[in-house]
Structure formats: C-alpha cells, structure tokens
Design a protein around this ligand. Structure first.
Ligand code: ZN
Length: 141
C-alpha cells in the first residue's frame, strides 16, 4: 500500500499540538479552511475525543483509532473516501523545547502516492505553523 510521511518542527508544546488534533472544531482553523465546519459526530470512550470518536469535516468523516496524549494520534477515513483505506498516524516527540511532528499516512487508489505525499507535507506544515502562533479563541484552547 502506498505511504508517505513528513517530519516538521514546531516551537509549540506536544500538549498544545495534540489538542489541535483532538478537538474536531480546531481542524478547519489550523487547516485554514475558513468555509468548512467540523464537529464531533460521535463521541469516543472513555475520552469523548478519543478512540471511536468520529470527526465530520464535510464531506469527509474520520474516525479516531489511536489516542495517546500527547504522543500519538491516528485516524482513518470512513464513508466517502477519495483514497481507499486511508489511515494517518501523527507522532509527537518533545524536542528542543518544542515538538517534532511526524505525519504519516497510507492508502490506496489512483495517484495515492502523490496525494499522500502532498497531504502529509501540507498537514504537518499547517499544524506546526498554527500551533506555534495559536491565539485565544481557537477551539483547541
Ligand atoms: Zn489553535
């Protein structure tokens, strides 16, 4: 199965970066999708943002499959999926007072390799950049 990963550094703490992954409403903010709305469609157990939680970012639904604050977060796409069997794993490591973010993803379908390379690079960069400049009012607070 095609896969790709991107590693970036953010001066933000692993806890701050992780909150941006955990809170569904924060996704369109750090992804800079000003028109998109995201919400938690299904709560996980025992943590409502944890394993089993489903995040709806129209038209995509993503289910949390790994939730280890503030080190590892993983999700799969469900329902309508441009890439089949899409799974993303985000690993956070404390480094130099900030966080090393490794964004890895795998999936199948036409052009999946290129899509995964673009997606992991873009998501890692946007997440790292936003977390380091995050302001009060962000849903991740
Ligand atoms: Zn934020």
């Amino acid at each position: 199965m095609p896969s790709a990963s991107a590693t970036v550094f953010s001066p933000a703490s692993p806890e701050a970066v992780f909150r941006h992954l955990a809170v569904a409403e924060a996704w369109p903010v750090w992804m800079r999708l000003s028109v998109a709305r995201a919400r938690r469609a299904t709560a996980g157990t025992p943590d409502p943002n944890g394993v089993g939680a489903v995040r709806a970012i129209f038209p995509v639904k993503e289910k949390v499959v790994a939730y280890e604050p503030s080190t590892h977060y993983a999700y799969v796409m469900i329902g309508f999926t441009p890439i089949r069997n899409y799974r993303a794993d985000v690993r956070l490591t404390p480094k130099n007072g900030g966080t090393e973010i490794e964004y890895a993803a795998s999936g199948e379908g036409p052009g999946a390799g290129a899509v995964l390379r673009f997606a992991t690079r873009t998501l890692a960069k946007l997440l790292a950049g936003h977390a380091s400049r995050c302001k009060p009012g962000c849903p991740a607070h």
